[in-house]
Design a protein around this ligand. Structure first.
Ligand code: NAD
Length: 344
């Protein structure tokens, strides 16, 4: 393994690893270990260039520091990417090389799965390093906990917008019926909400329609449906000029990472008098679940209580935003930065 280190301001370490015999190229970015080891998933993606891969891993690593700090977990933030075709069949060689790369950091970085990687892939990495979390038989699939956290964030946003956290008879538009979107639909259906859903995969969408009595629309229509709450559970960057021109919902709260295309879209949401539950605050349920069960050895009940406390974190963010006269996305960053400064 050939490893080179890149100095990047604001990051503790950024390393590029290459193992030609395994056909492996990857980057590990450690944003912060102030609160604990830098935890964050491995993304396997066919980036158009190394610069694009670097930009992605840096942005994601910083986001992990903020997400864990806001959830008050003893974790820092990091992320890794593997550059290449994530449909490749040659997975063992690649993920074992990734494991060896992770292992050179002696626990400064702990990996998990992310877009393009599966628990099976991470089992290969585990053959080379113990610094891998979220495997089968440990804390398991994080999606139900992520969905529960988003549901609690939605209740808090409703409380802030309408003075009641009751979601019964509210209409929620869910974009993406994948892992998190489908569990979220279940929670919302149980709470008596009305659902409008979409997915580019008709099969996934139809499953949610038949299980939870949701109405379905095309992916293009989801922004303009008459909903109270828009729940992005598919892609990032979906709050942008085009979608804001169509959006009817007064609350935006979902699981997707990096929902704002640019910070100014967070300002625009505020100007339009919409409530935005900052993405990394709302979607922290999965990492809370993984960290509390696997690292801290908490019970399921204590862990679930901590996931539910996302409600209070979201209200803290709105309170700080009001006090400081700043948009919610900035208040979330400030609160996270305060928590990083406080350490654990
Ligand atoms: P997933 O891949 O299971 O689901 C995403 C769904 O979105 C898929 O069904 C896909 O077909 C659909 N989709 C893609 N493009 C779409 C489009 N243009 N319009 C409508 N649907 C579209 O992923 P997931 O695990 O459910 O995660 C959803 C989002 O939440 C991702 O952005 C992820 O990064 C984020 N997130 C997930 C977790 C977790 O615990 N899984 C935790 C934090 C954040």
């Amino acid at each position: 393994m050939n490893i080179t280190e890149k100095k990047i301001a604001g990051y503790e370490r950024v390393l590029l690893g290459e193992d030609k015999t395994a056909g492996y190229r990857g980057i590990i970015a450690i944003h912060s270990t102030v609160r604990g080891p830098a935890a964050g998933g491995t993304r396997f993606w066919n980036y158009r260039s190394d610069d694009e891969a670097l930009e992605d891993v840096l942005r994601l690593a910083r986001g992990m520091t903020y997400k864990s700090a806001l959830a008050d977990l003893p974790l820092g933030g990091g992320k890794s990417v593997i550059i290449g075709d994530n449909k490749t069949a040659d997975r063992e060689k690649i993920f074992r090389a990734h494991g060896r790369f992770i292992n050179t950091l002696n626990g400064q970085y702990i990996a998990g799965e992310d877009v393009g990687t599966s628990p099976e892939d991470m089992e290969f990495a585990r053959k080379e390093t113990t610094y891998v979390a979220g495997l089968h038989g440990l804390s398991g699939d994080p999606s139900p906990a992520t969905a529960r956290g988003v549901f609690r964030a939605m209740q808090a946003a409703a409380q802030h917008r309408w003075g009641s956290d009751e979601l019964r008879n509210r209409t929620i538009a869910i974009q993406g019926c994948g892992h998190v979107g489908s569990f979220l639909a279940r929670e919302l259906h149980k709470a008596g909400a009305r659902l409008i859903v979409t997915d580019i995969d008709p099969e996934k969408r139809n499953r949610v329609v038949s299980e939870f009595g949701a109405s379905k629309v095309s992916p293009e229509e989801i922004y303009s449906v008459p909903a109270d709450i828009f729940a992005p559970c598919a892609l990032g960057a979906i709050i942008n000029d085009q979608t804001l021109a169509q959006l009817r919902a007064k609350v935006v709260c979902g699981a997707a990472n990096n929902q704002l295309l640019e910070p100014r879209h967070g300002d625009l949401l505020e100007k339009q008098n919409r409530v935005y539950a900052p993405d990394y605050a709302a979607n922290g349920g999965g990492i809370i679940h993984g960290c509390c069960i696997e690292m801290l050895g908490w019970s399921q009940a204590a862990t679930a209580k901590k996931v539910d406390a996302i409600y209070d974190t979201i209200l803290d963010i709105f309170r700080l935003a009001k006090k400081e006269g700043i948009p919610a996305y900035q208040a979330a960053d400030r609160l996270a930065e305060q928590r990083v400064a406080m350490r654990v």
